[in-house]
Write a protein that binds this ligand. Structure first.
Ligand SMILES: *Cc1c(COP(=O)(O)O)cnc(C)c1O
Length: 346
């Protein structure tokens, strides 16, 4: 087939900022090493781009959620550096882990038994200390089924590390109890926000995700973390409209005077959801281009008053400072990243 013409959407990844964020989080983890959560295609940014950059920055521990996410990651790093958070739901999952050499995270006594009967080997072990999602209950700590298990990383996950609440200390106390009872090469509790809770929460390995990609879950990280994802969209058409004319579906915006407006190749199918309708602005060389009317599937319309020189085919910036964008549109910083669609060239 002939080569595809260039797309009208790009997701520019600032590799320097990504490596910087990992190094900052590694430093903030104190005596612990920072790993990297690269599940969900590295939070939507593209695992095949992100993983080599993090590996070069010296990350040695990678976390995915699904088994389907393994091949893309082990194309770039040794399988023994990859953990699969959802754990083995079947014998096929166990066989896949043993053949590839990635580690399952065992989340229940059932998964422990399944892994052992498949032949076992190095694994990670997740305890639930209060989030009530995945993980063995505290009551399983002394269960003989865990004896002799080859635990590489013993872990738990914080539910509210982005807030100052008693639950953090409660989970920490429970995790200490578990860590004292279960032999493991390494212990790991903190996600991005947990790293900002300080040295007590760091143990041997931290598991940042969001903050690697420019998310700021706690104020302490604001000056440490740089923006990584820079979405850009092309201007498809410039139009002059007259007073009284509506823009987009249901004429949710009506011009009060003559206007020069731009139709941009960015819509809710690209993860630029309808919550942005009439809110905020795209940018062109520092000038604000306010969003007009509803977000369509493949397009938005912006006011070009502040950028008289832009023309069809030019790129405009989609402001994606995550804490700011999140406050503006109401989506979480996680959602802002993971919903970015497949039509962006990464
Ligand atoms: C997603 C995830 C992380 C990373 O969390 P962030 O809040 O993105 O830093 C760490 N650990 C586990 C178990 C996870 O599921």
């Amino acid at each position: 087939m002939t080569a595809l013409p260039p797309p009208t959407l790009r997701l520019d990844l600032d590799a320097e900022a990504l490596a910087h964020n990992w190094r900052a989080l590694d430093r903030l983890s104190g005596s612990a090493r920072a790993g990297a959560a690269v599940k969900a295609d590295a939070y939507g940014l593209g695992a095949s781009k992100v993983v080599p950059i993090l590996a070069k920055a010296c990350a040695r521990d990678f976390f995915v959620a699904h088994w389907s996410e393994v091949p893309e990651v082990i194309a770039h790093v040794p399988p023994s550096s990859v953990s699969v958070l959802h754990g083995p739901m079947s014998d096929a999952d166990c066989a896949f882990a043993r053949e590839t050499g990635v580690r399952p995270v065992l989340n229940s006594l059932e998964q422990v038994a399944r892994w052992r009967s498949a032949g076992g080997g190095a694994c990670d072990l997740m305890f639930d200390t209060g989030i009530n999602r995945l993980g063995l209950p505290l009551s399983a700590v002394s269960n003989p089924a865990l004896q002799g298990l080859e635990v590489e990383t013993l872990m738990s996950h914080l539910a509210s590390a982005d807030e100052d609440v008693a639950q953090n200390e409660q989970q920490l106390a429970r995790f200490r109890e578990i860590a004292a009872a279960i032999p493991a090469k390494r212990r790991s509790l903190s996600n991005s926000a947990g790293i900002a809770l300080g040295a007590d929460y760091a143990f041997d390995l931290t598991r940042p995700g969001l903050a690697l990609y420019g998310g700021v879950p706690r104020g302490e990280l604001a000056n440490e973390i740089r923006q990584v994802a820079h979405p850009r969209a092309a201007l498809l058409q410039v139009r002059e409209i007259a007073a009284g004319e509506g823009v987009g579906y249901n004429a949710a915006f009506v011009a009060r005077g003559p206007m020069r407006v731009g139709v941009v190749s960015l819509g809710y199918a690209d993860g630029f959801l309808r919550c942005w309708g009439g809110k905020g602005a795209l940018r062109s060389e520092g000038a604000d281009l306010p969003l007009l009317g509803k977000v369509s599937m493949d397009m938005v319309v912006v006011d070009l008053a502040a950028a008289p020189a832009v023309r069809e085919g030019d790129w405009v910036d989609v402001p994606y400072n995550l804490p700011t964008a999140s406050a503006q549109c109401g989506l979480s910083q996680y959602e802002l990243l993971t919903t970015l669609g497949r039509r962006f060239r990464r």
